[in-house]
Structure formats: C-alpha cells, structure tokens
Design a protein. Structure first.
Lengths: 336, 731
C-alpha cells in the first residue's frame, strides 16, 4: 500500500501543476496586473507611477510566462540573460513555486493567507462536520426505513417528498428557516457565530437546514444502493437463517452497501473545511466559503491561486482516502 | 415499566426542564451580559481591507479608522452646510502667502506659495498600546518578540503591559513622510506630490532602496515644505494657493502615526498572525481597536486616555430636532464599546434590526415597503409597524452624483457645435431621471440640475434659489418646482441637431452605443429602461456590456460613446465636482489617468475652473460657478443624473443621531439607553414554546404506527415460509 500511496502522490504533482497553470491563464486572461493594481489602489486618485510601484512591490511587473530580458546578475554585477531565468523570472514561476511548499504568502492586500485559512477553516468545519455526520446518519436511517417498507405507501409518499425537497432551492430553506425559527418562533438567533460552546445556538439552524436540504437526494441515493443489495442471494440466505429484518438491513445490507457510499462520501471529507458560500453568507459564519469568491471579485490573485491549489490538493487527498477506505470494507480490494 | 417507556419519560423530563430553564431571549445573537451595557451593536457588509491611515481610502474602512485616529481637522457634527473644525489643533492654522523665495510674506495676489502653521493641543495622549511599553531602562518591551511571546496573543489588546505617550508634531510629519514612501502605496501620493513643496523629491529619494529596518523614524531625508517649529508647532508649505488643502488635512491620510507603532508591527512574528498597522491602527481618537476579525467581528473600545472631545454646544440647524443639543458641552464619548458584526445579506440584517439586536439600519430595496410609506404628496414616512416600534427615520442627500456621460471626443455624440449640443440636450431631456428615481430607487434621490450636489456651495437649489438653479436646457420652472421639458421639445431639438425622428440625412436610424459594466440579471431592467428612453426619440440604443476592467479601459482610452458613472465627494467644495469636467483631467489629455471620463474640454470652463479652485466661498465665487454651470449645461457633456439620498432607521434607545456623510468620526457623539434596549428586546423576542410540544407529540405519534407496521412486517416474513411448508405437506 505504501508504494501505491507514493505513486498516487507522484501522479498528483503534474495534476497540481496543470491546475495551477489553468488557474493562472484564466485569471490573467480576465485581469491584467494593471487592473489588479487599480482594484487595490482604488479608482480615485491613482497615477501610472503608483500603478507601476504597486506592480513592482507585488512582483507583477514581470512577464507572465517568458522573460526575454531577465535581470540575473553575474559575478561581475552585470546583467546577463540566463536560459533558466527566462522562465523562472516570470510571474507564473514566482507565484507558483512557493505553493508546492504550502507557503501561501501574503494576499495582494497584505494579509497572511495561511493565517487567514487557519482562522477561517474552523467556523466552516463547525457547520460542515455536524451537517455531514448528521446528514449521513439521517439519510441512511431514512433510506433503510424506506427499504424496510419498500413498495408500500410509505415508500411512495417518502419518495415524493424527497423529490419535492430536491426541487426547492436551498435559498428557500435558509430564508424560510430564518423567518420561522428566529423571526416568528424566536427559538434561535437568525445568524451569527461564536467560538466554543456558546456558539452552539448559532449552529442549530444552519445544521438543521443543511440536513433537511440534503435529505431528498441523500435518501433517494442510499435507497437505490440498498435496494440493489437487498435483492442479492446473500440477503435471501440471511433471511433463510431466520434473521430479523432489522438485523438483515443493518448487519448485511448496510455493510455491503458501504462501498458505493464510501465512493461518494469519503472524497468530500477533506474538502469540508472549505465551507459553503451561501450558507456562510446568510448565517454570517466567518468561514472559508466566500474566501475565494471575494478574492475573485477583488482581483486578488494570491488568494485565488492558493485556494484553487488547496482545493485540488484536498480533492486528490479525498480520492486517495477513498481508495484506502475500500480496503477496510471490502477484503477483496488490495492497493498494489 | 419497560426500557422504551423509561427512555421516553426521561426525554420528556429533560425537555421540560430545558424549556423551563430557558427564560429570556433565546434568539439574541449577542452576548446577553453585554446587552445591558453602553455598547453599540452595529454591522458592516464588506470587510475593511486596510486600516493603515496612509493607505485606507474606503468609506467602509473609515467607519472604523476615523474613530481611532485623529487628523488635524474634523467636520462639525451639527453645522450645515458642512464646516471644518480644529480637532487636535488649538485653532485654525495661521496662513502666510509667500513669494518665490519662500520666505517673504506677500499678499494673496502675488503668492507663489502658501504656508500653513499649525499648533496642536499640548496634552493629547495615544491609546494604551504595547508599542509604547518600556522597561526601567527605557528599552521597549515588545520590539523584539519571539514566537513564544505570542502564544496567547491574538491582538495588541492581549499584551499584559501597555503604555502611552504624548502626541507630538513629529507624528504628523512622520505620517506625511510615510505617505511619501512609494512602497506604502498611499492612494493620495500622486495627488499630493504636486501640492506639498518638496514631497515629490523626498518621495523619489526616500523610496529608493527603502528598507524600514534601517530607519524606522525616516530621519534620513526631510520634506522641504514640512517643518517642525517646536514640540507643538509645525508648518506645511504648498505650491500656489489651494484652499481645499485644509479639507485634505481632515482626512485620515494626515492622521499622526507614532514611529514606535511602525517599529512594533514590523516584526515577522506579528505579521504571521495578521497583526499589523494595517489591521490594528494606533491613534489618539475616542476609541481603540481591540478585536479585528474582518470576516466576523470588529470591536472598538473607548480609549481611556481620551479627554479632549466635547459635544458641540452650537451649530444646530433650525429644522433639526432640538434634543440633539441635550448633551451640549458634555465630555465625549458616551458609548463605551461598539461591536460591529459582518452581515453580507440584507435579510438577516433587517430582521435582526427589527428584533432590536442592531441599534440602527439602512433600508434595502427588499425591506423598503415594510419600512417606508410614501404619502400622496411624495413625502417619505415610516409605516405603522415602524412607528409602533418607536423607530426613527433620518434621511440626507449624499454629497455624490450619478451621471450619464457623453464622450465629447466621439464624432457623433461629442463636439461643441450647436447641433452637437442639441443632440445631447435632446437626450438629456429624454432620459427621465425622475422616473428612474421612482422606479429603481424608491424615490431615494433628487434629479440633478448640474454637477454640484445639494448641500455643497454652488448648488443654488440647496440654497432655496430653485428657479435660478435649474438646468434651463432640460427643465422649466413651473408651479414653484422644476419640470422636465416634454418629449416633444426633445424631438424638436433632435431634429435641429440633424436627426428628425431619430434619423440622419440618409434616412437611417441613429444608433448610439451605451457602455456599461452592469452585466448581472438585476441590471437587465435598468438597461431596458435606458433603451426605452432613447426609443422615445426614435434612437436605437445598443448596450455594450462588459466587465469592470474592460469598461474602465474603454473610458481611459476614450473608446466609449456613452456611459454612466458616479462620484462621491472627498470634501464639501464645488471644486471636488467641477474638476470632473476640467479639461486638464480628461483621459485624452492625461494618458488615461484623468477622472473627466467625458473628455469635456471647454477652454472657457477650464479657465474659470482655475480661478474658482483658488477662491474662498462668497458671492464672487458663486458668480463664477454660475458661469461654469451655464457653460456645462449648454454643452451637456453629462445628462446630470441624480444625487442619491440615503435613509437610515434607528431605535429609540439610539440617540444623538444626525446623518453627516462627510464626518466619519461620529460614533463619539452617539448615545445608547441600554436599559430601554433590554426591555424592548425581551418584549419583542419572547420565545413561542407550544410548537415544540406539538413537534414532540407528532414525533411520538409517528413512531407508533411505524413500530406497529414493522411488527406486522416481521410477522409476515416469518409466517410465509411456514404457510408454504404447510401447503406442501397438505398436498
């Protein structure tokens, strides 16, 4: 397995370089360094000299990919173009190289990106983790219950409700939840966040809404997985042994249905702390959900590239974790 | 009693005890212990990026920064029109006009330079801050921090030892020197370079090989025009005469900066925790910043060393509420702490305000109908719901303008010939901004008659001289108010311009292009509205929507035909609006850097502008401004758009509220009746508990049939094979 992991990590490097290249190309296709300088300096009083000074101090005065006049100094202190520096003395290389050491550096407005990520990931996680765990348990429980009564009226009605839940926009649940539970019933704060146990009151509503919103699609998906399993021979054998339906469902159907569930679930675990844009925005959660979109709006390339890179790393990590998790639930799987 | 029943009873007991113990307000988003204190609860919608006084230039940053730092001047809180007052100064500065040799004092007519001499108050102290803390040997305690020292430090307020020091004139000089360092990216350096004597020379020298660690006090170079005269006196010499310079000195760029703070924050260990001068400014203002999490919460706490501010005793306008003078002469500030929470969405913000959890709020389009009622005469008032809650409404015309510009360098809509003027005048009549304000702004605006907004010297409408102040090419004075000319008049002008019924000499329909950065779905209705305004004249309007970067590029390179833009006043002087039409500021004359996006360049106007710029307010200045307005109205480089009106609501416990769009340091004047707030919050937010019980009953009632159905299901599974076996045996 160790060799497999090394191989997968090695494969990740060219993928990350590619992702970084595409991010870079797309960003600079839309925003020039001059635009970035103007966005940071403000539109009112800037002069070409100020824009040049901003670009210089942020390293955006270099060419994007190829520098035909690199400023490499020789021993005598004279300028001499080096072949390597024609590629390295560019915005692309200068901005990319530290990423692979997970040194995100400063945002274009001067804040430490690493410190911001560390600070903002916890509130995101405070919402995403309970939502994720409660949703899995709830979805699986409901799906098993429906599978237990498959073909009955309960099955039909639940599936109709599930489709209805899926069809309604997430924004509706948020606003309706805020109005019902906070404005009308006065049970919980409409939005806000506080670290520690005091913050529990702020988490109830977003977690509840997150769970309800995911219920429709989750239950339908798990139900189809379990229905596929329940028709198999080993289930008939289990029943023939005289096991109760509960034992059949939890002891056999659920365990054997774990493989497709893991495929969809484990991959998102590392990305949980990246947060949710709408949820965090409406509930004033100081998480990472809006970090990237705010950076795109303010043309802050340092944040954009860092977050895209981090997202890619986490996704690749999720895929590797999924592969590893297979070995725990299916003894036939060997990573080699 | 079986296990299941015991569990149910236990759950019920727990729930009942939880519900009975939870008295008071459940949905309070703030710490309940703080609600009864003199603390303001407010919000912000976009996080501040910069709080370094030399860099910060955004309104959403100055809301905080202006409470912390103190430039030389401030705007009088009550007086209208807006008026400057000394803040840290003993009095207004002494002004000397200097000859070319920069020494001999001459009269204003012969002035080549102007020297301002400032005397600051002698007993102002900075907020307590670790940057000032020293040991017995006068060595700074926290200027050489290690990672271990910062284990439990999240803001400068967390340091166990803090100290203060007296404000010196050196700090003001130091701030100007910091502004001159190009690496600090001060947005006004380009503007100040040609004004302050020697600033550009200093800036070029000091920025070369700039290394902060070498010279924290920036003592290597001096600015020729900025001189320390004594511990409390210094002078600034500027080129020529520029009366508006004092307005600039009321801005945070000129607030004092202690070098110790720069030295303190220039430590890598602090930077890695995002603790910097840009996030935790140090000042002499009424408040200090104790928590800055721009993504969640910003907390200001009263500066214990602040003792030089008093509530104004005079200056209240006749039509303003008299209770605004109840606290006249009392020491400031009244509010001990202000907690601002980030609210990106209008729905939660508005509902929290209605619940009493925020003390004041603006009115968004979504909540406008719930908050504001418009009478048959067009007057804004509060709805019954707001009146019942004792909410107050204040509104003010912003010192801003949104305008529709024609590119004067364009061959079709530009030019200064009578025919070209008539085309623009005709379009100016057709674009009915009264309708725009009513449809898109819920009446929150005033149709503009010229480039100078109401409340600024030069606008005659604001001075009650409506008839003289109207734009005669677009309006006539009728029934004691301006009335837009009919579309027939516009069509006549269009025909005289050479486009009868919107067609040219060849009979082709006139097609004009409107550039905009508004690309979202919300903008569709606005753009359609513009299209319809042009259709009234038979002109086809083509919308060229693009992103903001490209839009700016187009304006800079004069590649647009028509566009809309806006301007917020930096200071309450007509010069700050008229310069938007000065030819010297046109992008075509400034390699794209000027703000006169319409490229209006009328030599007569330019000449008058130079004169008006240097004059003090008075009848002569008004006369010249009238001449300029007359020229610009005839040329019509802009359809003058509108001056926006802002509306704010506040609860009855939030007092001394008077909108002043130019003054940013107004928190110190505000007052909170915390006890009233607690009472009202309890009254408005008592939880409704019965649905919880109902929910519990529903859950129990649902579980029972499921259990029953499961038992039946189990029986069915068990009995079937037996039945099958029996039938086999029978056969």
């Amino acid at each position: 397995m160790f060799a497999y992991l090394i191989r997968r990590i090695a494969f990740a490097v060219p993928i990350l370089i590619g992702v970084n290249f595409i991010t870079f190309a797309l960003f600079f296709m839309v925003n020039t360094p001059d635009d970035m300088a103007r966005a940071q300096l403000g539109a009112k009083q800037n002069t070409p000299e100020m824009i040049q000074a901003w670009k210089q101090s942020h390293g955006y005065d270099k060419p994007l990919f190829f520098n035909d006049n690199p400023t490499k100094l020789t021993g005598e202190g004279q300028k001499s173009p080096g072949v390597v520096s024609q590629f390295t003395d560019t915005i692309f290389v200068q901005e990319s190289i530290k990423l692979f050491l997970f040194d995100f550096g400063e945002s274009d407005s001067g804040r430490q990106i690493g410190a911001d990520i560390k600070e903002r990931m916890w509130p995101s996680l405070a919402i995403a983790l309970p939502t994720f765990l409660i949703a899995i348990v709830t979805n699986i429980s409901f799906a098993l219950l429906i599978v237990l009564f498959r073909g009955s009226r309960l099955d039909t009605i639940t599936m109709m409700v599930a489709v209805a839940i899926m069809s309604i926009s997430g924004l509706f649940y948020i606003i309706a939840g805020q109005i019902l539970f906070s404005k009308i019933l006065h049970w919980v704060p409409i939005s806000g966040f506080s670290p520690g146990w005091e913050g529990l009151k702020f988490l109830i509503l977003p977690v509840l809404i997150g769970v309800i919103y995911g219920l429709g699609s989750g239950v339908r998906w798990y139900r189809s997985i379990f229905l596929e399993e329940i028709g198999r021979d080993y289930i008939r054998t289990a029943r023939a042994k005289g096991l109760s339906e509960i034992k059949v469902l939890f002891g056999h159907v659920l365990q054997n249905g774990m493989l497709p569930i893991l495929t969809g679930v484990v991959v998102i675990i590392p990305s949980l702390f990246m947060g949710s844009l709408i949820m965090e925005s409406f509930f004033s959660i100081p998480g990472l959900g809006s970090y990237t979109i705010d950076a795109i709006n303010s043309q802050d390339f340092s944040i954009v590239k860092s977050m895209v890179f981090l997202g890619s790393v986490l996704y690749i990590t999720g895929l590797i974790l999924t592969d590893i998790s297979y070995t725990f639930f299916d003894p036939r799987v060997r990573l080699n | 009693m079986n296990c299941f029943t015991s569990f149910r009873l236990f759950t019920l007991l727990i729930l009942a005890s939880v519900l009975s113990s939870c008295s008071g307000v459940w949905n309070n988003p703030h710490d309940e212990n703080l609600v009864g204190s003199d603390i303001l609860f407010s919000s912000f919608s976009s996080p501040p990026k910069h709080l370094d006084s030399v860099i910060s230039y955004n309104a959403n940053e100055w809301v905080f920064l202006s409470q912390i730092v103190e430039p030389l001047f401030q705007y009088h809180y009550l007086k209208r029109p807006y008026q400057l007052d000394p803040l840290t100064l003993v009095d207004f500065p002494k002004k000397d006009f200097l000859a070319k040799d920069r020494n001999s004092v001459v009269d204003a007519k012969h002035a080549v330079f102007t020297r301002y001499t400032f005397q600051i108050k002698p007993d102002i102290y900075y907020q307590p801050h670790p940057a000032f803390a020293q040991n017995k040997d006068h060595q700074f305690l926290f200027h050489h921090l290690t990672e271990n020292d910062l284990a439990s430090i999240h803001s400068p307020a967390d340091f166990h030892t803090k100290a203060t020091r007296l404000l010196k004139v050196d700090d003001y000089i130091y701030a100007i020197k910091r502004m001159g360092i190009k690496q600090n990216h001060s947005p006004v350096l380009g503007m100040m370079n040609p004004i302050i004597v020697g600033l550009k020379k200093y800036s070029n020298k000091a920025s070369q090989d700039y290394d902060l660690s070498e010279d924290y006090k920036l003592g290597s170079f001096d600015i020729e025009g900025v001189k320390k005269l004594s511990d409390t006196q210094f002078s600034i010499t500027i080129k020529g005469q520029y009366p508006q310079f004092l307005y600039w000195l009321s801005m945070n760029f000129f607030a004092p900066v202690p070098w110790e703070a720069v030295r303190f924050y220039d430590q890598k260990v602090l930077k890695t925790k995002n603790i910097s001068l840009d996030s935790y400014p140090v000042g002499t203002g009424a408040y200090q910043l104790v928590e800055n999490n721009p993504n969640q919460k910003i907390r200001l706490r009263v500066n214990p060393n602040y003792d030089h501010g008093f509530y104004p005793k005079t200056g209240l306008a006749d039509d303003a509420p008299k209770n605004l003078l109840d606290d006249a002469g009392k020491p400031l500030p009244f509010i001990k702490e202000a907690i601002y929470s980030l609210e990106k969405e209008s729905v939660p913000l508005w509902n929290k305000f209605l619940q009493g959890f925020y003390d004041a709020s603006g009115v968004s389009s979504d909540s406008f109908d719930q908050a504001i009622s418009i009478s048959s005469s067009g007057q804004m008032g509060l709805t019954d719901e707001m009146v019942q809650k004792n909410i107050s409404l204040v509104s003010v015309v912003e010192p801003s303008i949104f305008y529709f510009a024609f590119n004067m360098a364009d061959p079709i809509v530009g030019g200064y010939e009578p025919k070209q003027q008539k085309l623009r005048q005709s379009i100016s009549i057709a674009i009915n901004y009264e309708d725009y304000i009513s449809i898109f702004l819920n009446g929150r605006g005033i149709a503009a008659q010229g480039p100078i907004p109401e409340g600024i010297f030069g606008n005659l409408q604001g001075q009650g001289l409506g008839e003289q102040g109207i734009n005669p090419y677009v309006y006539r004075w009728h029934n004691n108010q301006p009335e837009r000319y009919s579309i027939e008049v516009a069509k006549k002008l269009l025909a005289e311009a050479g486009y009868p019924n919107g067609r040219n000499a060849q009979g082709e329909q006139l097609t004009l292009h409107f550039d905009t950065a508004a690309t979202g779905p919300d903008s569709k209705s606005t753009l359609n509205w513009y299209r319809k305004q042009f259709e009234k004249l038979g002109i086809q309007l083509v919308i060229r929507a693009t992103d903001y970067n490209r839009f700016q590029d187009k304006v800079r390179t004069a590649s647009t035909q028509m566009f809309t833009w806006g301007w917020n006043a930096d200071y309450p002087d007509p010069e700050n609006f008229l310069f938007l039409l000065d030819g010297q500021n046109a992008p075509i004359n400034t390699d794209g850097s000027g703000v006169n996006g319409a490229n209006y360049d009328n030599p007569k106007f330019n000449k008058l502008f130079v004169k008006v710029k240097q004059m003090r307010n008075g009848p002569k200045r008004q006369q010249l401004i009238n001449e300029m307005l007359s020229l610009v109205r005839q040329d019509s480089p802009w359809a003058f758009g509108f001056y926006p009106k802002s509306i704010a609501l506040s609860h009855s416990w939030y007092q001394n509220v008077l909108p002043n769009p130019l003054a940013n340091n107004t928190l110190k004047y505000k007052k909170i009746d915390a006890q009233q707030r607690v009472t009202k919050q309890l009254e408005w937010n008592s939880p409704i508990v019965w649905p919880l019980w109902l929910l519990l009953i529903v859950v129990i009632l649902t579980i029972y049939p499921i259990m029953k159905a499961y038992r039946q299901h189990e029986m069915k599974v068990i009995s079937q094979p037996n039945a099958h076996q029996n039938s086999k045996e029978g056969s």
